[in-house]
Design a protein. Structure first.
Length: 114
């Protein structure tokens, strides 16, 4: 079955960077678009970034454009989220999602605080 395992979260100061990783298994990874979502305390889960199956097309939430970069390595069944210039409002649990199968990872906590 589909498995998505996120890693790379942690505590970082404002202005810092983190790179999240999502290891995918149980499906033909290169055939599917992938997405990153996040959920902050007391807020609904929201789309952060998405990438097409080949990696040739990406899109981002307005709040992260120019700061976050989504990428993938189809040879390794991995999808990444490089997060730069982090702000306190980026604090959330970040989830990897395979939209086509409505599958989610367990999430990884990102906390931006001084």
């Amino acid at each position: 079955q589909v498995q998505l395992v996120e890693s790379g979260g942690g505590l970082v100061q404002p202005g810092g960077s983190l790179r999240l990783s999502c290891a995918a298994s149980g499906f033909t990874f290169s055939n599917y678009a992938m997405s990153w979502y996040r959920q902050a305390p007391g807020k609904e889960r929201e789309l952060v970034a998405a990438i097409s199956s080949t990696g040739g097309s990406t899109n981002y939430a307005d709040s992260v454009k120019g700061r976050f970069t989504i990428s993938r390595d189809n040879a390794k069944n991995m999808v990444y989220l490089q997060m730069n210039s982090l702000k306190p409002e980026d604090t959330a649990v970040y989830y990897c999602r395979l939209v086509a199968r409505d599958s989610w990872g367990q999430g990884t906590q990102v906390t931006v605080s001084s």
